[in-house]
Every structure is written in C-alpha cells, then in structure tokens.
Write a protein that binds this ligand. Sequence first.
Ligand code: ATP
Ligand code: MG
Length: 261
Amino acid sequence: MIKICNLNFKYKNSSNILKNINLEIKEGETVAIIGKNGSGKSTLAKLISGIMKTKNGNIIIDDLDLAKKGEYKEAVKKVGIVFQNPENQIIFNNIYDELSFALKNLTKEEINNRITTSLKKVDMYDYINNDLYSLSLGQKQRIAIAEILAKSPKYLVFDEPTTMIDSTGKEQIYNIIKNLKKDGYTIIYTSNLAEEILLADRILILKNGQIVNEIKKDFLMESIDILEQNDIKLPMIVEIALKLGIKLEEYSVDELVRKIK
Ligand SMILES: Nc1ncnc2c1ncn2[C@@H]1O[C@H](COP(=O)(O)OP(=O)(O)OP(=O)(O)O)[C@@H](O)[C@H]1O
Ligand SMILES: [Mg+2]
C-alpha cells in the first residue's frame, strides 16, 4: 500500500504547490489523478516515486518512509515512473543498452529474461534490434514503460503518459495499462484528459495542489455534476454508455464508439 500523510510541498521560492495531501492507494488499484495544467500532478508523481524529496509530510511505500534516510533506498525501488516525454527518459540509441542500463548487478541470463518479458508486455519485442531514435514517440513511450517494468517495481506511476502521443499511440498505451492492471500492478496515472478516467478504479481531482474530490468508477454516473463543476467534461459517448448501463471498465472511448455504432 502507498500511504500519503499530510504532504505539503513548495519549490525554492515558490508558493505552496501541494497542500495537505492525504491519500491511500491499495495494492492492485488503478488511480487517476486528474487536474489542469499547473495543478501539481507532476510534482505529486515525482514525490511518490522518490525523484523529489520532502520532509513536509510522509509518503509510505509498504511501511517504508521515503522521508527516512535508512528506508528511502528500499522504498524507491518499489516504484517506477514513466514521464510525459519519453525522450527525457531515454539515454541510449540501442534498446538493449537502454533496458539493461539499470540492471547491471544481475546475471546476463536474468537481464535477458527481464528485457524479453518487459518488451513483450509493451508489444515492442520485434523492435529489439531497431535504433531507438528511429521509433515514433508512441513506440519510444512503450520502450520507456518496458524499461521501468524490467526493474520489477510493484507500483507504477505514469505522469501524463499519452499527452505527447498521437491517437493510435494513445490507444496502445491504454491497452498496455489495462494489461498491467490485469497483471496486478498498482497504478497511479496523471492526466488532464477527461476520457482517460475510464482506465481508473478511482479518480482524484487535483486543483491548485489539493485533492478536492474523489470519485469511484462505479459511481461515475452520479458524479457527472462533480466532474463538470471541476471543468471535466466526459466525452458524449461515455455519458451515453453510462445511460445505457454499459460497463465501462473494459473500454476506451474509441472502443465505446465502435461498440455503440
Ligand atoms: N522547478 C520548479 N520550480 C518552481 N516552481 C515549479 C517548478 N516545477 C513546477 N513548478 C510550479 O508548480 C506548480 C505545479 O506544477 P506541476 O508541474 O506539478 O503541475 P502539473 O499539474 O504537472 O502541470 P502540467 O499539466 O502542465 O504538466 C506550477 O505552478 C508550476 O509552475
Ligand atoms: Mg505535469
């Protein structure tokens, strides 16, 4: 479980960016953090994954506190983060070099196994001999996901993973997230797209650094007003599906359109 208690954060010389965040994320849950530009999504994602630190509040990963020196190293291994722009994550041109970089202390056999398995999970195994720079942004993002999976984290944080990706690439990433969910990973993703709330079991609305609402997927129909009060307009097709009583969890917006047509 991830437990966030009284988390506050400010950058040097900034005002308060995150304000008293309290949150529990259970194992196997998929949680969406939805907020406008500047609401604090990336800041929160970086703090949960240990890339940035704060002593103002606690982030506990399976009983290990990221704020405690002796616990940080083990805690941080449990969380992998994928960024909005895969080009900020990728260093090498060769896919094998990229994925094996953080696995150096493992045996060659174990490294190969992890790389094969994680590339297959993102449907990129056929590209293993391609140059990374020749890939599309969506494919690079899938490699960035594979790189995180190869490190065997338990918790996955995706910070707006589809924002820079075209619609076909987006759909592929949705499918990967759905499969990772089925595999039992605990997933936290941020987004500013209303349609992306469909992937989550629980939706948190982040506004000016505060979680102002929490919506369970099963209560989406009853929560349309809350979403609209926060300027989150569900795509029409989702509202139609909700009214028709179609169970949303397996579908993305594109899939719903195909189904309802
Ligand atoms: N390094 C920094 N120093 C000072 N202020 C920062 C820094 N990084 C972000 N901020 C500020 O913190 C606030 C929250 O930024 P953050 O990037 O977490 O928001 P976000 O919800 O991820 O936005 P976006 O949708 O644009 O990605 C913004 O007002 C931003 O200007
Ligand atoms: Mg951001």
